[in-house]
Design a binder for this molecule. Structure first.
Ligand SMILES: *Cc1c(COP(=O)(O)O)cnc(C)c1O
Length: 396
């Protein structure tokens, strides 16, 4: 067992903050991953909704190799070419106005929070503004992002967190309304809740929140870190609702594996919030990360990835619905596009199903306490869906 040596080394030298599956992944090709023993896995996890294009995509890899040979890092004291290209593509794809590149999703959330506070500060000079976040949300693990993450279990030991955060219930407009006062500067939510258990926003809810934001001059921050980048069938999930955020956060599939995130502002937020000196990062938006972003957008357009997602997700939903109808373990399916969750009945642990699936050569992941989550590479075909269903069925 080649793998055991690496597992032991990781457990000896890496701080144990994850209970990992006992598998060492070594390489990938298309929608398949291979462990150190050479075992093949059909991947419906994509490194948690990251590797949208599938593994070992030649065009993507070649673009990164070429950039490595040219220039990897410059600092933000200078301009660089890939950042110019990547920012233009990101801004145009979103229809928003200005982007700031970060190194992770969490950092994009930190930036969005600072935008909101500065926007409100510019208006009234006060320093006690409030942000409304959602229960069962997930926005990251740094202290700011954790403060707006509606999961007391993650927060408890790390208090005090940042102040002025109030929680409302996702898809419950009245509960949001009840938290608004003259100090409220932003409402933050995922367009489709991911970690919390795959809950898409209901259209009336999102439209209602947007209306509240407009009426009260509150910024709407939509976290598209997991549900963005084509995952739900439009480039960004909110585009399907016709509700534009003032600030959007991206990461995960934005660089398809190269660590990069961004917060993107509309004109209103951009012209009245962060200015020179207000925010910064050493790595953020470096040429290597931006070469990845630039190439990802180019490939999305060339191969019309969003149309493919729209098409293939109809087939996936059909198959999953049939599985749920037949199964005495799953009680419901929730999701949008290639972001799907199967709810397990009481007493079943989704982690047990994930482990069985791994034995059968299928990677799926969990969400919340009772959901098996699927966030495959966006390039899956019907044959992959059929193979997944067969392997999942075997795992029940
Ligand atoms: C993963 C995730 C984050 C955090 O991103 P990191 O890159 O892990 O810092 C924030 N929000 C959502 C919705 C996520 O899925």
């Amino acid at each position: 067992m080649e793998s055991k040596k690496y597992i032991d080394a990781c457990e000896e030298y890496i701080l144990h903050t994850y209970n990992r599956y006992q598998i060492v992944l070594e390489k990938g090709d298309g929608v398949y991953l291979y462990d150190a023993e050479g075992k093949e896995y059909l991947d419906f996890g994509a490194g948690i909704a990251v590797f949208a294009l599938g593994y070992n995509d030649k065009e993507y890899s070649d673009a990164l190799k070429a950039q490595i040979d040219k220039l990897i890092h410059t600092s933000n004291l200078f301009y660089n070419i890939p950042a110019a290209k990547a920012a233009e593509k990101l801004v145009k794809a979103s229809g928003l106005s200005k982007a700031f590149f970060t190194n992770s999703g969490t950092e994009a959330i930190e930036g969005a929070i600072k935008v909101a506070r500065k926007y409100a500060y510019n208006k009234d000079g006060n320093t006690d503004h409030e942000i409304i976040a959602m229960n069962h949300s997930f926005h990251g693990r740094s202290l700011g992002a954790l403060s707006v993450t509606g999961n007391p279990k993650y927060q408890e030991a790390f208090k005090p967190l940042i102040g002025g955060i109030k929680f409302a219930d996702f898809n419950d407009l009245e509960s949001v309304k009840a938290q608004i006062n003259e100090k409220t500067c932003a409402i933050i939510m995922e367009t489709v809740q991911g970690e919390g258990g795959i809950y898409p926003a209901e259209p009336e809810f999102l439209k209602g929140v947007k209306k509240l934001c407009e009426e009260n001059d509150i910024l709407l921050i939509l976290d598209e870190i997991q549900c963005g980048m084509g995952r739900t069938g439009s480039m960004f999930a909110w585009q399907d609702y016709g509700v534009e955020p003032d600030v959007m956060t991206c990461a995960k599939a934005l660089g398809c594996g190269v660590p990069v995130g961004a917060f993107v502002l509309n004109e209103k937020a951009a012209k009245a919030s962060l200015v020179a000196g207000d925010h910064g990062t050493t790595y953020g938006g470096n040429p290597f990360a931006c070469a990845a972003v630039d190439k990802v957008f180019e490939i999305f357009e060339e191969r019309d990835i969003t149309s493919h997602v729209k098409e293939i997700s109809v087939y996936l939903e059909e198959k999953l619905d049939a599985l749920v109808a037949d199964s005495d373990i799953f009680t419901a399916r929730r999701g949008k596009g290639l972001m799907q969750g199967l709810v397990v009945k009481d007493g079943v642990k989704p982690g047990d199903i994930v482990n069985k699936a791994l034995d059968n050569g299928l990677i799926v992941i969990t969400a919340g306490s009772n959901v098996v989550r699927m966030v495959p590479p966006l390039v899956i075909t019907k044959a992959h869906v059929d193979e997944m269903i067969e392997k999942l069925q075997k795992s029940l």
